[in-house]
Unconditional design. Sequence first.
Length: 390
Amino acid sequence: MKRTLISIPFLLLAACHREGSKLERAATPVRVTPVELYRPKGSGRYSASIMPGRQVSLAFRVSGLVTEVHHIGSRGLEPGDIVAGGTVLARLREEDYRNSTAQAQSQLEAAREAEKSARAQLTQAQASHAKAEADFARARTLMASQSMTRPDFDAAKAQFEVTGAQVEAARAQIESAAAQIHTAEASISSARLNQGDTALIAPFTASVVQRNVELGMMAGPSQAAFALADIQTVKAAFGVPDTVAVQLKPGRSIAVSVEALPGREFRGAVTAVAAVADAETRLFQVEIGLANPGLALKPGMIASLTLSDPGAAPAPVTVVPVGSVVRGRDNPSDFMVMVVENKMATARKVSLGPTFGDILAVTTGVKPGELVIRAGASMVANGETVEVIP
């Protein structure tokens, strides 16, 4: 009887242990979907953003006090105003730079006077040197015939050497004056350029995007005074998948419509197709140049367009639901799907293609017909036992 009492608890513990093991090994319920083939449509509708044909930020090249801002009527320029190319948008106090120009002009005149004086000295020195040279030549002849004393000969020689040095000194003064003239002329050019840069001029006819200057404030190269956008021509920018990007070439004509302007169609040509896809969206940026009669198209408007494939019908591609794709646990830059085989989930690395609504093209990693977990794949571990549920 004692042996029986001991064995019964043991059997109960063993049974509980087996029951706990069954609970630990219980399969995870998942819903799956087969990998399918999808044939992309030959055309698709895209949304584009209207952007200026070109946009620039203008800043003064010199620093100074703002003394003038262009006015339209009784008010200064404001965002949305149109200015013609060549319009003086703002001015700095010009007197500061006018004084620098006058000072440089004075230096130039002084240098020219110095050169003029040096040339006169050179002429006089050359005449004295020519006379001294003749006297020294005669002294050599007389000295050779012993018709001149040594002191007189030495005096003639000294005079010849002194006048020669005076000629060289005059020439050096001319060279120095010429260098001063060159420096003064450069200073004048720089001063005049700075004086001209006190006016900030619109480089082309444009719309004012932003104004950052006011009368009486200090402005300079470190601060953008105006932002201008050329909207006489605009761009419609949008992204397309690689299957569409390869069909787009610069010059292709495309019609664009804008919801804010119903009933109007704007036709333009492709001007640029990005060579590299965006790292996040995996789309290639495309730009269409559009004429903008009456400036009806405003930057920031949303446009729509339809692209049709002018070539053969696109080949079918392997696709999976967007929700079945997860980031790799070891390397977040990888993309994975969980493939279910023999009631076991296996992580499979895949390469992604373009998106078609709620499905995503997969170029490598899976084959049509294989079953992938369509939702919650990130909650299932690699090698985990699963139970497929409807």
